[in-house]
Design a protein around this ligand. Structure first.
Ligand SMILES: C[S@@+](CC[C@H](N)C(=O)[O-])C[C@H]1O[C@@H](n2cnc3c(N)ncnc32)[C@H](O)[C@@H]1O
Length: 395
């Protein structure tokens, strides 16, 4: 089936689940007010706030609450585009696997889609939220799916039995969304040292260690895994990739970043990984920053294109700012500060002169880069900006 046909079929499947697609946030919130009573709305907001505060129990409570019949379509419609983008990609990658596990399947919106598309394959959905699993079972039965079963298991507390040809883990492996990941060696590089202690700490903090150990142990010989997490930032992508590689998983396809629209935000997630246990992959893990869409690398070229008189001569807030800063002509440093922040990151900020003008360069070990160049007559503006960053950093 082509990806387009899979997407069409997924839209129909979503309608069967009562999920709606919205192109405007205002329309979505108007619908939310019609669908939910004010007490449901209050309760929903309370659970969402608790989840953001963290903690294992709160997360299970959040997913239990999300599975309630009146809440489910309203909450999960926010993720409509996510289901279309991720579900269609996963469905296109199931290959010849006969036994497939959907880890952290939630209420089974996507698991029931995969099972309906591939009646010849056997599916198992696992989740630690009892209410989500109850809904998943009920829906699978309602959809007449005989090739799908669900188990309520917290994989951190107990292993899953059996062997699987393919494991799907979408938004279920790397918890701790706020975890910034592993910093680079220093502010001048995007590279991470191979520090096993730092890696182990990241895996523990995010729950990745036990999940991946238990899941990879389930994979049959030459088994495959599909992974899609919120690990777009290099600082999270690198330790995820190293954790996968350490469990014997290699790339089967070039990973791909996925962009989709949620209510009140556009999410850039991923990469979407198709991985295999077979040896000899010719594809390599990419540990370089994502190419940004920065302005032209030559600041002088940028100047000739600038239309706004008040605009700086050059401004770049992406990783490519580093290359431009390295190549500035006849750089003379006026002042600089490098310091360790309380969250572990190292921050460097410098003010200098170059043939191109007066510049401010700011870099940190979580891969943020910023280069601004102005005409010498506007140097005071950059100086005050420099002070703000230094004071903000120390405060
Ligand atoms: C964000 S939802 C993702 C659901 C689904 N995979 C999707 O792509 O829409 C994460 C799910 O993973 C489940 N989960 C997280 N940690 C788990 C664990 N240790 N064992 C089982 N399920 C877990 C949660 O209960 C939740 O339902």
């Amino acid at each position: 089936m082509t990806n387009n046909a899979l997407r069409q079929s997924l839209h129909l499947h979503m309608a069967r689940w009562g999920l709606k697609r919205f192109t405007s946030d205002a329309d979505y919130f108007a619908w939310q007010r019609i669908e939910l009573s004010s007490s449901d709305l209050i309760q929903l907001r309370k659970v969402v706030a608790q989840k953001h505060e963290g903690g294992h129990l709160d997360e299970v409570a959040f997913y239990d609450r999300s599975a309630q019949p009146q809440i489910l379509p309203v909450l999960y419609s926010q993720r409509y585009e996510y289901y279309i983008e991720v579900g269609s990609r996963v469905a296109a990658c199931l290959g010849d696997a006969a036994h497939i596990l959907d880890f952290g399947c939630g209420v089974g919106i996507l698991t029931t889609f995969y099972a309906a598309q591939y009646p010849e394959k056997q599916f198992l959905g696992v989740d630690r939220s009892p209410a989500s699993i109850a809904v998943a079972r009920e829906r699978a039965q309602g959809l007449g799916l005989g090739n799908l079963r669900f188990e309520c298991v917290d994989v951190e507390l107990q292993p899953i039995a059996g062997s699987q040809d393919l494991i799907v883990a979408t938004h279920s492996l790397v918890q701790a969304e706020q975890d910034p990941g592993i910093p680079s060696q220093n502010w001048q590089t995007f590279e991470r040292t191979h520090d096993s202690k730092q890696q182990a700490l990241f895996e523990q903090r995010t729950g990745l260690d036990i999940r991946l150990d238990r899941l990879s142990a389930l994979l049959a010989q030459k088994g495959r895994m599909i992974v899609f997490e919120k690990t777009r930032q290099l600082a999270r992508r690198v330790p995820l990739q190293r954790a996968l590689a350490a469990r014997g998983l290699g790339l089967v396809e070039q990973p791909e970043l996925v962009r989709y629209r949620l209510v009140e935000e556009v999410a850039d997630d991923g990469p979407f990984y198709l991985l295999g246990m077979e040896a000899g992959s010719t594809l390599h893990w990419d540990e370089s920053p994502e190419p940004d869409e920065g302005p032209p690398c030559d600041p002088m070229q940028f100047k000739t294109h600038a239309t706004d008189q008040d605009a700086p001569l050059y401004e770049n807030h992406g990783p490519s700012a580093q290359g431009v800063w390295e190549q500035l002509h006849e750089k003379r440093l006026l002042k600089d500060t490098t310091r360790q922040e309380s969250d572990g990151r190292q921050l460097h900020v410098e003010l200098g002169q170059a043939e191109e003008g007066v510049y401010l360069y700011c870099a940190n070990t979580f891969d943020q880069r910023q280069l601004v160049i102005v005409e010498p007559a506007r140097a005071l503006m950059l100086e005050s900006y420099y002070r703000q960053i230094v004071e903000g950093a120390s405060g």
